[in-house]
Design a protein around this ligand. Structure first.
Ligand code: ATP
Ligand code: MG
Length: 607
């Protein structure tokens, strides 16, 4: 991927093949004659409706069998984004035609995820998502219509024979002995399948296309199978279920979808999609013009796994704390980690839509978050690895050791607001914190014998406590083992930030700190990449072998009062460290604050 320039933000849309297709269809009026009856339905239903007010219809059709991940976020942004951009509507549809794997827990999490990303599927008088299982009656009717028109037959070959007779790339298939059954016999047998007279797997309904087709998907694909399973929505009403390849085009057509956008692995299915649409329009069951399928490259992100099955394994084997573990690439995980909907939408825009598979560097995702938070997230100081600094001349300078003084700093420095941009509402907020005789500083900010080029605290050096006074380091105290227990310095009165004397003494560096007087202890969860390898599951590797053992470090930090007062889910920039979020679940009023590290300030990925 080319490095994106900082300018191609969400509002400068880059053209891509999908936009070009849609623009051409709009220009040529490909779908201008469509009608919409206000709800999904067959040709007769829509014929009685109004001209469709939606210029295009797209859909996002998840199977409710797991939590959505960052790849789905891309698909959501593409489908909802295009609909919004071109005066259309995007349907949220649960593709729940597979009875075994689905669950309402997933249904609810998907609804939450789409809403959280900032999208809406509701239409006048209709705010429920669609469910493919509502179309089972129609699908059954379509199957009978195909049988009646001579386009489908009930095959009772054994599974092995069927596989063997399908042929392969170099070898054409062989017709099933059941292929020439009469229409009446096919219909009777299919009804027996429906009525539970046949065992699971004893027969399938197949489309009658071409056993010699070079596209194996056209060699009489199965379209209905027998499966005695309770469906989470239709219960035990059905013991036969449509195959995905048959169900999906029909779902699209009933909903009057114009552009059915999916990932590349469905490319080989497109000829069957078109075949089925033509046959069902011919039978007058579905309204023309039919939807068309277009494929784009799925998202592959380095250091990330996006297979639902493997993500489930991480959860089930306790490698993470749950689907919403902040290290998970699920939408609930990213949200808890501190990603914003804006950053994910920006990411989807930035990576664009292409027709060939590639890997996106994880730093692209982090970059989008930084860009979003840069001028929104309040600044604050936190000390993550604290050691006490004592200002030994405090009483001498200010009369008593107990003296404290308020310091004020802007929550958002002016430099954070890009030129020409309207300052956000919170841009005038000031934060106030105390300075006193004792403050917490980072352990790494003191060196008794400074390495070359070291500018922070060492005996004789002068630095500024950021937003407070300039100090001169005098030494330290150590315990018996030689560990530094206290750093010592002298405050230089009259040098406080924002006062006329601030520049009277030149400091070599400014360091972050939090006063002992008002600093609040906090739990800070330092998350890192979950996998140590960029392609954890490439080439059939066991992805569990490349788990990063250091993906979570928990430290006890001190934070300034403005951070301690965070609302759950509020994001901050901890000065010098990066972006942090108050944990949505564990950061609760009255208890010790809990922050998650979202990302560092600069791209340190791969370094
Ligand atoms: P499964 O492996 O269970 O089939 P799936 O990832 O295909 O999972 P679906 O619920 O079928 O999940 O996906 C819903 C939609 O999201 C589909 O249109 C699919 O193409 C799209 N999608 C899934 N994964 C990605 C990805 N990594 N990048 C872009 N789109 C994706
Ligand atoms: Mg799928």
């Amino acid at each position: 991927m080319n490095a994106p320039t900082p300018k191609d933000t969400a509002d400068t849309k880059v053209s891509n093949f999908l936009r070009q297709i849609i623009e051409k269809d709009l220009e040529q009026g490909t779908y201008a004659s469509r009608r919409w009856a206000g709800s999904p339905g067959d040709a007769a239903h829509h014929a009685a409706g109004e001209p469709d007010p939606a210029k295009i219809r797209t859909r996002f059709p998840p199977e409710p069998n797991g939590y959505l991940h960052v790849g789905h976020a891309k698909s959501i942004c593409i489908n909802f984004g295009l609909a919004k951009e071109y005066g259309g509507v995007c349907h949220l549809r649960f593709d729940d035609t597979n009875p075994e794997k689905e669950d309402t827990e997933y249904v609810n999490s998907i609804i939450d995820a789409v809403k959280w990303l900032g999208f809406d599927w509701s239409q006048p008088g209709n705010d429920k998502p669609y469910q493919a299982s509502d179309y089972f009656d129609f699908m059954y009717r379509a199957a009978e219509a195909l049988i009646e028109a001579g386009y489908a037959y009930v095959d009772e070959q054994s599974a092995e024979d069927m596989r063997a007779n399908r042929g392969d790339f170099g070898k054409p298939g062989v017709d099933s002995p059941y292929r020439t059954r009469s229409t009446a016999e096919n219909l009777a047998r299919f009804r027996e399948m429906r009525d539970g007279k046949l065992d699971d797997g004893a027969a399938v309904l197949r489309a009658k296309i071409d056993m010699a087709s070079p596209n194996i998907n056209l060699r009489d694909p199965a379209i209905y199978r027998i499966r005695r399973a309770t469906h989470h929505h239709t219960g035990d009403k059905w013991c036969i279920y449509p195959m995905y390849t048959f169900a999906h085009p029909i779902e699209d057509a009933l909903e009057q979808i114009t552009h059915s956008i999916c990932t590349l692995e469905f490319e080989d299915q497109r000829p069957f999609y078109d075949w089925l649409m033509e046959r069902l329009c011919e039978c007058k069951l579905l309204a023309a013009p039919s939807p068309k399928q277009y494929e784009f490259a799925r998202l592959n992100l380095t250091y990330v796994i996006t297979s639902k099955r493997k993500l489930a394994q991480l959860v089930n084997e306790g490698k993470v704390s749950g689907w919403d573990d902040p290290r998970m690439p699920t939408i609930v995980g990213l949200r808890r980690r501190g990603y914003t909907p804006e950053s994910l939408r920006l990411f989807a825009d930035r990576i664009g839509v292409t027709k060939s598979d590639s890997w996106i560097d994880y730093s692209t995702l982090e970059g989008c978050l930084r860009e979003d938070l840069e001028n929104k997230a309040h600044r604050g100081m936190a000390v993550l690895d604290p050691v006490k600094l004592v200002l030994t001349n405090w009483a001498e300078a200010f009369g008593t050791d107990d003296y404290t003084e308020a310091c004020t700093q802007p929550a958002l420095p002016h430099s954070a607001i890009a030129e020409g941009q309207t300052p956000p509402e919170n841009s005038n907020v000031q934060r106030t914190f105390l300075i006193g005789k004792e403050v917490w500083i980072e352990r790494e900010d003191f060196e008794e014998v400074p390495p070359k080029g070291y500018k922070r605290l060492f005996p004789g050096n002068v630095v500024r406590l950021k937003g407070g006074y300039v100090i001169e380091c005098t030494g330290c105290a150590r315990d018996a083992a030689g560990n530094v227990t206290e750093v010592h310095a002298k405050v230089i009165p009259g040098t406080k930030s924002g006062t006329p004397g601030a520049d009277s003494v030149k400091a070599k560096a400014a360091i972050t700190w939090v006063a002992v007087a008002d600093g609040v202890q906090a739990e800070v969860r330092l998350y890192d990449r979950l996998f140590a390898e960029a392609h954890p599951d490439a080439g059939g590797k066991d992805f569990l072998q490349s788990l990063n053992p250091d993906s979570l470090k928990v430290v006890t930090a001190y934070v300034e009062p403005s951070l301690a007062q965070a609302q759950p889910d509020q994001k901050f920039q901890f000065e010098r460290f990066g972006y942090f979020v108050a944990d949505r679940l564990d950061h609760v009023e009255g208890a010790k604050p809990v922050f998650n590290r979202v990302t560092g300030l600069k791209d340190s990925w791969g370094k």
